[in-house]
Design a protein around this ligand. Structure first.
Ligand SMILES: Cc1ncc(COP(=O)(O)O)c(C=O)c1O
Length: 339
């Protein structure tokens, strides 16, 4: 990996509204590494992105909000589950830049206690002054969002509709950028990662990282994702499609090969947003050994996958494993009864 190949990733032609304070740190976790038999665990602290409680979605929102502002939007609408971190951060970013924000949130996760319904992300959505549309789990949120956009446009408003998880190719650019950031940081200290582990929800973070690696002529199969949303086959084809669209947007003529996308469904459990024992154990392990907080829906399950891989011999002592910590702390309060 050379600095020359990093510089091939030029995203300056895309409208962007800076929301991050600069690169997020990569930290070594010595106590957890010792606990896992001498495998060197590092974390990329995407949870330390400061705005709105932080998290991975701010990377995508830099490009999405950039595009919204460039198109003259005065309103942004996005979709998600009731405890969506993406929705919360869209509301925070909209507040920061002075856009109106509407969130179309479905009851897709079968949890009906007051913590899930009223605490966590949904509490913050109201503080950021977003208008929430509360839909049943069976509703088509994106269709509702498009119809609402039509209604607002008829009133003279200029509306930008942002897809689930912010995972349009434009949103994925944020994680192509993060791929370059990771390589620059690891090069600066002479560190080589044997594996990069991420959660895969709507797939945009994974797709963006893969597209960034491909655009820099690096090996994207270094990245392993644990799906927390759909079955592996479905997540694989959606992520491959997004990675190719993002790579084309960046301007590389390299195709993302299907073998570049590695997705494990071992931690999905009964489904999206439904807790598992291994997630609960992983959240407790990282909190009690390193004082770091994972969320129960994404990072908790993906980190459980990392722990499972370490304890079953998939990684060996001395290897360097980078886990991308994506934030979502408010989710812990929505899932209080699980802990
Ligand atoms: C905390 C957190 N981590 C990970 C993800 C997964 O990112 P993606 O949807 O890009 O796969 C999300 C998505 O909502 C998230 O909120």
């Amino acid at each position: 990996m050379t600095i020359a190949s990093i510089s091939q990733l030029d995203l300056s032609k895309f409208p962007r509204r800076i929301l991050l304070e600069g690169p997020t740190p990569i930290q070594h976790l010595p106590r957890l590494s010792a606990r896992l038999g001498g495998i060197n665990i590092f974390v990329k602290r995407e949870d330390l992105n400061g705005l709105g409680g932080g998290g991975n979605k701010l990377r995508k929102l830099e490009f999405l909000i950039g595009e919204a502002i460039a198109s003259g939007a005065d309103t942004i609408i996005t979709v998600g589950a009731r405890q969506s971190n993406h929705a919360r951060l869209t509301a925070a970013a909209a507040a920061r830049v002075g856009l109106n924000c509407e969130l179309v949130l479905t009851r897709a996760v079968p949890r009906f206690d007051t913590d899930y319904i009223d605490n966590g992300n949904i509490l913050l959505d109201s503080l950021f002054d977003a208008r929430v549309h509360d839909l049943p789990g069976s509703a088509n949120a994106l269709q509702f969002a498009e119809e609402r956009a039509k209604e607002l446009r008829a009133q003279g408003r200029n509306v930008y509709v942002c897809p689930l998880g912010g995972s349009s190719p434009v949103g994925c650019l944020g994680y192509a950028d993060c791929a370059a950031e990771i390589m620059a940081q690891s090069n600066a200290v002479g560190l080589v990662f044997n594996r990069i582990v991420v959660p895969n929800g709507s797939g945009g973070m994974h797709a963006g990282l893969v597209a960034g690696f491909v655009a820099m002529n690096l090996n994207p199969s270094l990245i392993t994702a644990f799906t927390v949303y759909g079955r592996a086959e479905q997540a694989h084809s959606a992520t491959l499609d997004k990675a190719n669209q993002t790579a084309r947007l960046i301007g590389t003529d390299l195709l993302v090969d299907s073998t570049a996308i590695s997705i494990d469904e071992a931690q999905l459990g009964p489904g999206y947003g439904i807790p598992t024992d291994s997630m609960r154990a992983a959240v407790r392990l990282l909190a009690s050994t390193e004082g770091l907080l994972l969320d129960p829906v994404y990072g908790g399950k993906a980190f459980a996958g990392l722990v499972q891989s370490a304890t079953s011999g998939n990684y060996v002592a001395g290897q360097n494993i980078l886990f991308v910590m994506t934030g979502g702390l408010p989710g812990l309060f929505a899932y209080r009864s699980e802990f």
